[in-house]
Design a protein around this ligand. Structure first.
Ligand code: NAP
Length: 320
């Protein structure tokens, strides 16, 4: 099969399309013919060798993907060949024609969701759901600010929060991004590249502040976020690319808190909860992954450059 291989950590160009043996499913495993692979920012940190998880070399990137079960190993019970599935951090990378997964890492994908959309399910929706429900313990009557709403996690958060009944505010850095997040359910959309947008957010809450902030770029925004919080407000740090200085008194004055998490650290029970919520959301149409760009697998390097650029518009996916 064709697969992207990383033989040394480094720039996007270290990813090469190669011919490798197609894996065979062992006991409890499934082999999935990949229809599309999702590209996430962490794929780029991992490829560069600067992520907390450093896979042994060579490796195939990709924790997100969707396709059809090609074959199942001994003892596999809930899946059979021909099933449409999305993958959640499978055993082998999804930037390939086939990927091997434990049965627990493959989840049924409803017919209404395309493979390209399915490639944007796991990381984006699990992160957004976990941040809102488990970390923030968000409630329907509250206001959420999705700070960085035009990308994969942000759109998922906007859709989920809107379906919950929350008042949803989102930010984007382009006109197209602002339009997108309004279409996906944001009651208010602000441009995080303008000087006065934080004043506009405060004004939109009538000066009260927001209850929950899902933060995609904490190193830039955390200090200002604390000043935007209502009493007992919570900032959930989802993304950060550096250090930041804050004023702790902003937290004290509001009895507020800052929490962070990574998807890799959640418990098995929480993982099951997340996938049950995703199954329902995909089925009832409240979770609708938005694909901004589809590229051929051979253009993985381009995808890694573009996922780190401004002007996000949903997910970037690779088609083998
Ligand atoms: P993405 O699709 O590349 O989207 C990035 C988002 O950040 C876009 O909405 C972008 O908006 C926005 N952004 C850019 N500049 C900003 C600013 N100054 N203030 C606020 N937002 C800004 O990435 P993603 O997949 O949604 O992931 C977002 C972040 O969360 C990444 O850092 C990723 O590594 C991290 N993450 C963490 C976890 C976890 O487990 N904790 C899981 C998934 C992702 P424009 O492009 O419109 O400007």
């Amino acid at each position: 099969m064709k697969a992207i291989l990383v033989r040394e950590f480094g720039a996007p160009e270290v990813m090469k399309l190669e011919d490798v043996p197609t894996p065979k499913p062992g006991p409890g495993q499934v082999l999935v013919h990949i229809g599309a692979a999702g590209v996430n920012p962490y794929d780029t940190y991992m490829r560069a060798g600067i992520y907390a998880i450093k896979p042994p070399l060579p490796y195939t990137p990709g924790g997100d993907g969707a396709g059809v079960v090609e074959a199942v190993g001994e003892g596999v019970k809930k899946l059979k060949s021909g099933d449409r599935v999305y993958l959640a951090h499978p055993m082998t990378g999804t930037y390939a024609e086939y990927a091997l997964a434990l049965e627990s890492q493959a989840h049924l994908l409803p017919a209404r969701v395309s493979f390209s959309q399915g490639a944007g399910v796991y990381v984006a929706y699990a992160t957004a759901y976990y941040g809102l429900y488990h970390n923030a313990k968000a409630r329907a009557a509250e206001t959420v600010l999705v700070h960085g709403a035009s990308g994969g996690v942000g759109i998922a958060a906007v859709q989920i929060a809107r379906a919950m009944g929350m008042t949803v505010m989102g930010t984007a850095g382009s006109e197209k991004g602002l339009e997108l997040i309004k279409n996906e359910g944001a009651h208010y959309a602000f441009n995080h590249r303008t000087a006065e947008y934080q004043d506009a957010i405060r004004e939109a809450t009538g000066g009260r502040g927001v209850d929950v902030i899902l933060e995609m770029l904490a190193n830039v925004n955390l200090a200002a976020d604390l000043k935007l919080l209502a009493r007992r407000g919570r900032v959930i740090v989802i993304g950060s690319r550096g250090d930041v200085t804050i004023t702790p008194r902003d937290l004290m004055a509001r009895t507020a808190s800052v929490q962070g998490f990574t998807l890799w650290g959640i418990s098995e029970a929480d993982e099951a909860d997340v996938h049950a919520a995703i199954a329902a959301g995909l089925e009832n149409g409240t979770m609708r992954p938005v694909v901004g760009k589809e590229l051929p697998l051979a253009e993985a390097a381009r995808a890694h450059k573009e996922v780190m650029e401004a002007g996000a518009f949903g997910k970037i996916v690779l088609a083998p």
